[in-house]
Design a protein around this ligand. Structure first.
Ligand SMILES: NC(=O)c1ccc[n+]([C@@H]2O[C@H](COP(=O)([O-])OP(=O)(O)OC[C@H]3O[C@@H](n4cnc5c(N)ncnc54)[C@H](OP(=O)(O)O)[C@@H]3O)[C@@H](O)[C@H]2O)c1
Length: 291
């Protein structure tokens, strides 16, 4: 069998490039518009992973010149209190993007809160109006993670038209919008999930595999066609025998390295792209609000 050495789809580098472009554009526009773009990240409770994600997003905002209007609420905050804050932010002309960091404490209804965000300020691209626009192929704010994957594939000139793409996972956050975006790009799309039978048979036919499941080692070389493109959305924290914890994806990268043509690393692949698209969505809303 012919052997390849898989090449990196470098999400970290592309995200840095997008940050740089945004920083320049924001710098140029700010004086004319009279204010910077603004993003409000709402966090409830003290989940350490969420706190790290929020810090990361706010740091990225600061780097490109987006003002943060983030709010951190105590665990016992009520649905009504959060709804009132979202209503205020919807009206606040300094704020272009609003997002609620998940997961929320059990007593809160995340979907209902998402519905309260004005679709034009929906920086995560998850509001039903924006998902509906995606289904219809209309322009709108796109879900950050799948849009980040699409940007990464475009950056490396990966052809999608007529290609067999398999998306593993069907969540509303990643799998479903991912499948729709690939369809929009004229790929032939298959969506696999926990009830799919013989996953290897499905993935073996794929020119492009997008794994978005949350299971370390789910995809290995036996499931990947020679020369396929493998994108790993999964983010799993695992602890090795020495008690050291590290982040891994859904793909056994070592195993596929001799088979795939391109792959995304974890960390440094899809994760940084998700944040870059969040900033880009905020900037898109800013342009819309101020032009
Ligand atoms: N890099 C990033 O920026 C980023 C962003 C978001 C999420 N993530 C990561 O991506 C992963 C998926 O996130 P998510 O929010 O989409 O998760 P999710 O809501 O838990 O969805 C997981 C999906 O995987 C499917 N699945 C579970 N076991 C399977 C199996 N053995 N074979 C095939 N499919 C299987 C599930 O099928 P059913 O529908 O049948 O249950 C479900 O559709 C997680 O690791 C998450 O941390 C990363």
């Amino acid at each position: 069998m012919e052997t390849t050495t898989a090449k990196l789809l470098d999400g970290k580098a592309l995200a840095a490039k997008i940050h740089q472009q945004l920083q320049t554009q924001i710098h140029q526009l700010q004086a004319k518009v009279g204010r910077p773009p603004g993003l409000a990240v709402l966090m409830v409770g003290d989940n350490p992973a969420s706190a790290a994600y929020v810090r990361n997003k706010e740091k990225a905002c600061a780097k490109v010149g987006i003002a943060s209007f983030g709010k951190h609420f105590p665990q016992e905050t009520s649905q009504q209190e959060l709804e009132a804050v979202i209503a205020e932010l919807n009206e606040d002309a300094r704020v272009d993007g609003i997002l609620v960091q998940l997961p929320l404490p059990d007593h809160l209804d995340a979907v209902s809160l998402l519905h309260q965000i004005h679709p034009d300020k929906d920086a995560d691209g998850l509001h039903p109006v924006n998902l509906g626009r995606l289904v219809r192929g209309e322009s709108g704010l796109r879900s950050c993670t799948p849009a980040g994957v699409m940007h990464l594939l475009a950056e490396y000139n990966i052809p999608l038209r007529g290609k067999n793409a398999v998306v593993i996972g069907r969540s509303i956050l990643v799998g479903k919008p991912m499948a729709l975006m690939l369809l929009e790009a004229d790929a032939t799309v298959t969506v696999a999930h926990s009830r799919s039978q013989n996953l290897a048979n499905i993935t073996k036919n794929a020119d492009i595999i997008i794994a978005a499941v949350g299971r370390p080692g789910l995809i290995n070389a036996d499931m990947v066609k020679q020369g396929a493109i493998v994108v790993d959305v999964g983010m799993n924290r695992v602890t090795d025998a020495n008690g050291n914890s590290r982040l891994v994806g859904d793909v056994d990268l070592q195993s596929i390295a001799g088979v795939a043509e391109y792959f995304t690393p974890v960390p440094g692949g899809v994760g940084p792209m998700t944040v870059a698209i969040l900033l880009q969505n905020t900037f898109t809303s800013y342009l819309r609000a101020t032009s």
